[in-house]
Design a protein around this ligand. Structure first.
Ligand SMILES: Cc1cc2nc3c(=O)[nH]c(=O)nc-3n(C[C@H](O)[C@H](O)[C@H](O)COP(=O)(O)OP(=O)(O)OC[C@H]3O[C@@H](n4cnc5c(N)ncnc54)[C@H](O)[C@@H]3O)c2cc1C
Ligand code: SF4
Ligand code: SF4
Ligand code: SF4
Length: 446
């Protein structure tokens, strides 16, 4: 697979790029610029062919070697950086699973889950474990397109709290830390962490610079058209948006939109929504129809190569009881363990050990479970597909059809196609409901 690529230009053309930005930082010739592709709706690299020297005529350029869109060797990277190899289990390998929340009520209230990420980062900063952290922040000039930044103060870390459910690259802050001495943390989606681990594997000195990897669970991610479409459906002109927070105000939280005229709108999310039509609209925008195409073939839900992974505990008992916010942590190595233990000892966070089987059940894993079959269908069709080494995945013929369920993510880049989404939603609802009824019927029959 790797042999097909000399630079990442073809990775983009093959729809295997999700816009992490790592390639732009590694290029020795500064030949890669990451920018928002207004047609695709996500960040992609563009290459200055005059500046590129194919890294001194290597078979694969360095940009290709680090690219998580092309290949991830879970065995090699897992053995080196986390607690050993992670079999086919969705949770990956880990030392301990924990439920926790920040003792800073403001951070907890504003964050997506229990505010553990900003709290641990600020703690690591004050303890001189790190000099700064790569985080993703809403851009004041362009609130629907977030930016990766290097935060060096607790205020900057707090300002970047909260999930942004859209494409975000961390190329610029990664390049920034190369120019400075110091030790840094990175917060990223599983694919960001894959790219960074590959970089650390390839280039001596990088692992000494990036000393903490905080990974977010990620079922899927969306093009910037997802938020635009959702806002239009709520009669909000995206051009009039001054700020958007996808989560916060307690747990599970709502979407809070501040308009340029100062008006504030609070919109329910899929989990809190009561009307079935609005639930369908939410999942159309944020789960089905606007996914970045590469996400359809991504197998990592839980950021298996991070030091610590962070998620929401979507279990019933939390959904019924929790209103302030709780984070679910999968601690994967000694680095993660030491940080969490120290934060507990210092009274910064409150925590309780979590049963790992409950942690496994906290997520809807169906989408990711079908990813290997979507990789398979691409291979059958002769389309380039990502290679995952060191894990064995079940491919199921029936799951191939799940590719069709998400095919709209290739189509919704065309504004006219979005007009048909209400019909698509109804059809999908009928198909999914019949599927569920059939499964129940066959299970009862056994
Ligand atoms: C695209 C996406 C998909 C997710 N999918 C799931 C899921 O399927 N299941 C689940 O349980 N949890 C998922 N999460 C994680 C969850 O939403 C929370 O981010 C996580 O639990 C941490 O919450 P917190 O309260 O500790 O931190 P918060 O205060 O919410 O801080 C989040 C941190 O993540 C960084 N960040 C925000 N958006 C991005 C982004 N797009 N790319 C990189 N970094 C970012 C911020 O800079 C901040 O430092 C997802 C997050 C994102 C961004
Ligand atoms: S092949 Fe090397 S020089 Fe060319 S763009 Fe990629 S990293 Fe840069
Ligand atoms: S390294 Fe990231 S941004 Fe670069 S081509 Fe690969 S996926 Fe895209
Ligand atoms: S689904 Fe996978 S490829 Fe897509 S953003 Fe999430 S981690 Fe990255």
């Amino acid at each position: 697979m790797l042999t097909q690529y000399r630079t990442v230009e073809k990775v983009v053309n093959d729809n295997l790029c999700m816009g992490c930005g790592v390639c732009s930082s590694i290029c020795p010739e500064n030949a890669i610029q990451i920018g928002m592709d207004q047609k695709r709706g996500y960040f992609v690299p563009s290459i200055d062919n005059d500046a590129c020297n194919y890294c001194g005529q290597m078979k694969n350029g360095k940009c290709v070697i680090v690219c998580p869109g092309v290949e991830v060797d879970f065995q090699k990277l897992g053995n080196r950086w986390v607690n050993g190899n992670a079999e086919a289990d969705i949770l990956g390998s880990f030392v301990k699973t924990v439920y926790a929340h920040s003792k800073d009520e403001n951070i907890r209230y504003r964050s997506s889950s229990g505010g553990l990420i900003p709290t641990l980062l600020i703690f690591a900063l004050t303890e001189n474990i790190i000099d700064g952290a790569i985080v993703v922040k809403s851009d004041e000039d362009n609130p629907l397109i977030p930016r990766g930044i290097l935060a060096t103060t607790s205020e900057e870390i707090k300002a970047a709290s909260g999930s942004k459910y859209c494409s975000a690259h961390i190329g610029e802050p990664l390049s920034e830390i190369l120019k400075t001495d110091g030790k840094y943390a990175v917060v990223g989606l599983p694919c960001h962490i894959h790219g960074i681990r590959k970089w650390e594997q390839m280039t001596p000195g990088i692992a000494e610079k990036i000393v903490l990897h905080l990974g977010l669970y990620c079922a899927n991610n969306n093009t910037i058209f997802a938020t635009e479409y959702f806002l239009w459906q709520k009669y909000i002109d995206p051009e009039q948006v001054k700020n958007i927070r996808y989560r916060g105000k307690g747990w599970p939280g709502n979407i809070i939109v501040t308009l340029k005229d100062g008006t504030m709108k609070e919109i329910k999310r899929g989990t809190t929504e009561t009307s079935w039509q609005r639930k369908l609209l939410f999942s159309s925008a944020f789960h089905y129809d606007f996914q970045i195409p590469r996400c359809l073939t991504c197998v990592d839900l839980t950021a298996e190569l991070a030091d610590i992974s962070f998620a929401d505990p979507w279990n019933k008992r939390f959904l019924l009881k929790e209103s302030k916010g709780k984070s679910m942590l999968v601690i994967r190595n000694e680095i993660g363990m030491q940080l969490v233990d120290k934060a507990i000892l210092n009274g910064i966070i409150a925590s309780e050990e979590a049963d790992s089987s409950e942690v496994r059940l906290s997520q809807n894993i169906e989408f990711k479970k079908r990813a290997p079959s979507r990789v398979w269908i691409r291979q059958i069709l002769g389309l380039p597909a990502p290679v995952y080494k060191g894990k064995s995945y079940k491919k199921r013929v029936w799951d191939i059809f799940s590719y069709g369920n998400y095919y709209m993510s290739y189509v919704t880049v065309f504004p006219v196609a979005r007009l048909f989404l209400p019909i698509v939603r109804i059809c999908r609802w009928i198909i999914n409901s019949s599927n569920r009824i059939m499964k129940k019927y066959f299970r009862q029959g056994k």
